[in-house]
Design a binder for this molecule. Structure first.
Ligand code: ADP
Ligand code: MG
Length: 559
């Protein structure tokens, strides 16, 4: 039998697992149960959509079997199983979502500490095992396979006669050491509490033999040990539960179980709609920007279930781009199981759900802004940019929905303000909303053009992000107040007398200005006398709609 080597990246991850000094080794169970549940999701879906597969709900379950004598823990499922290629691909390489993301994360931080704050998939079993054996048989396959590895030098695959479709994973527990005790993973009560803690919402029964003291049938006073198979998890999916019954921890652990992010969610909302369309949804606002958020690999979307059956892992049509950071699930009894990706886009129900969800997220963010400013600013720090892109894209079609979610840094209190707050505290004589663009707040502070506006007691919004000004150009105005750059030519802040004086000076120095302009040649369009400078001798100013900063960005864009 041939021994195959793990892919280089897998090896590295495995090494970290094997030598992990990480205290929460227990999460391996959550990972294996979650894989088992995914595998059952897949066969369950097939059974419901393919008449050739007979279907009985009781056939789908997960079983946990501790064996104290042999020091093994077995996780069995009746899921879709794996064929030889799949075994090779899935367990020999880090190919899949959770693990791949983890791989990138360790490349970035190379931190032992971060292991296990989140899902690390199948390989996490090597935190507790010195050998893992997998028996599996895929749907529509006559033959089964045995996969085995010590997590160090490669793995073996060989044919194996397996009676049923599904997968059985046998964890051979590591020897106990002075500091580490692995026997706890053979204890009934410990396993029970781990299942309750991490996998209570798994929708298939997680069964285990449990021994309890019970009164003897012929003598009620005498207690004897009775062993029977019990279902340990509550099986009600979290989104079907009553909000009142759930604690923040429940939502957080569901976020973790689903690998929605490596962080803790910043905020969640639990939605249950029973109107034109019926659906339940749990949505999360992450705390941190996903590491691949601005890269090609980032995929937006929500998990989509049709009456409890997973039909799509990332349904992009449920989220507008400007809310692409939202993670979560949607379950609707009004969706057909057989819905394809193409049909989904046009599906009336899906559109209704998407619209509803967008509204819910928007309202949630608004209430966060109103009621928990600190949290909102944290959110905005991570994802505000996406909202500004949202204002700018689609020719401003969404600006009305998004403008009240924007924050900008302002000269007044050197803090973030919303446009509403800005307008509400404008002095009566102020007509416009002023902004200045620049690389940093410090640079903007030094701009000669800001002086006069500030002297008038007007507040200035500081635009340091390239997208800021583009977004504002799309808005044009807010609450009927026009946005004006402090460097635009026509600020019109001077009084009549100054204006007259300026006209006079312009005449007087006509020749000098002309000469300067000729001297500077193509570098400038015009040289003018300015009335708005105080402590600076000269400033650059843009004419028309495009500011100097915007021009810079536009020039960098490919044609
Ligand atoms: P992820 O679950 O994020 O994809 P894992 O490392 O947990 O990553 O699992 C890797 C892959 O191995 C899964 O995507 C799945 O294809 C396969 N797999 C793991 N466990 C099972 C199982 N019990 N039944 C069928 N396939 C499985
Ligand atoms: Mg997994």
């Amino acid at each position: 039998m041939e021994k195959k080597q793990f892919q280089a990246e897998s090896k590295r991850l495995l090494e970290m697992m094997v030598h992990s000094i990480y205290s929460q080794k227990e999460i391996f169970l959550r990972e294996l149960i979650s894989n088992a549940s995914d595998a059952i999701d897949k066969i369950y879906y097939k059974a419901l959509t393919d008449d050739s597969i007979s279907f009985n709900k009781d056939d789908y379950f997960i079983r946990i079997e501790p064996d104290k004598e042999n020091r093994t823990l077995t996780i069995k499922d009746t899921g879709i199983g794996m064929n030889q290629d799949e075994l090779e691909e899935n367990l020999g390489t880090i190919a899949k979502s959770g693990s791949l993301a983890f791989k990138k994360e360790i490349e970035m931080e190379d931190g032992q500490e971060i292991i296990g704050q989140f899902g690390v998939g199948f390989y996490s079993s090597f935190m507790v095992a010195d050998k893992v054996t997998v028996y599996t048989r895929a749907l529509h396959n006559e033959e089964g396979y045995k996969w085995e590895s010590d997590g160090q030098d490669g793995y073996t695959i060989e044919p194996f006669n397996k009676a049923d479709i599904g997968t059985e994973i046998i964890i051979h527990l590591k020897e106990n050491t002075e500091d580490e005790n692995y026997d706890e993973f053979l204890e009934e009560y410990r396993l029970k509490s781990l299942i309750k803690k991490y996998s209570d919402f798994i929708r298939y029964p997680i069964k285990m033999d449990v021994t309890e003291k019970q009164p003897k049938s012929d003598n009620e006073d005498e207690l004897i040990d009775v062993t029977e198979e019990q279902t340990i998890n509550s099986m009600v999916p979290i989104w079907r539960k009553n909000k009142q019954e759930l604690k923040d921890e429940d939502y957080n652990s569901f976020y973790q179980e689903k690998h929605f992010g490596f962080d803790q969610p910043l905020s969640h909302l639990h939605v249950s709609v029973d109107g034109m369309v019926r659906f339940q949804s749990i949505l999360y606002i992450p705390e941190q920007l996903p590491f691949n958020y601005y890269s090609q690999d980032f995929e937006k979307g929500l998990e989509l279930y049709s009456n409890g059956v997973l039909i799509m892992e990332k349904c992009a049509d449920l989220l507008p781009d400007y809310f692409s950071f939202v993670r979560g699930i949607v379950d609707s009894e009004d969706l057909s199981l057989n819905i394809s990706r193409e049909i989904l886009q046009q599906d009336r129900q899906v559109k209704l759900i998407a619209k509803n969800i967008e509204k819910k997220i928007s309202n949630h963010l608004k209430s966060l802004l109103k009621n928990d400013r600190e949290k909102y600013e944290k959110f905005f720090d991570a994802f505000g940019r996406q909202l500004k892109y949202g204002v700018y894209s689609d020719f401003g079609a969404n600006k009305d929905k998004l403008q009240d979610l924007l924050l900008f840094y302002s000269s007044k209190e050197k803090k973030l303000v919303s446009l509403k707050e800005y307008v509400e505290r404008m002095p009566e004589e102020q007509e416009h909303i002023y902004y200045a663009t620049g690389e940093s707040h410090e640079r903007i502070e030094k701009l000669p053009q800001t002086e006069m506006v500030k002297d008038k007691g007007f507040e200035i919004l500081y635009f340091t992000d390239e997208v800021d000004e583009f977004a504002i150009k799309m808005l044009l105005n807010y609450d009927e107040k026009e946005f004006k750059s402090v460097s635009s030519g026509d600020l019109n802040l001077e009084d009549e007398e100054t204006k007259k004086e300026a006209e006079k000076q312009k005449e007087e120095h006509k020749d000098l200005l002309l000469e300067m302009k000729e001297h500077l040649g193509d570098k400038v369009k015009d040289v003018k006398l300015s009335t708005r400078l105080k402590s600076h001798p000269v400033c650059l100013s843009a004419e028309g709609d495009v500011s100097i900063e915007m021009e810079k960005v536009l020039r960098q864009m490919p044609d």
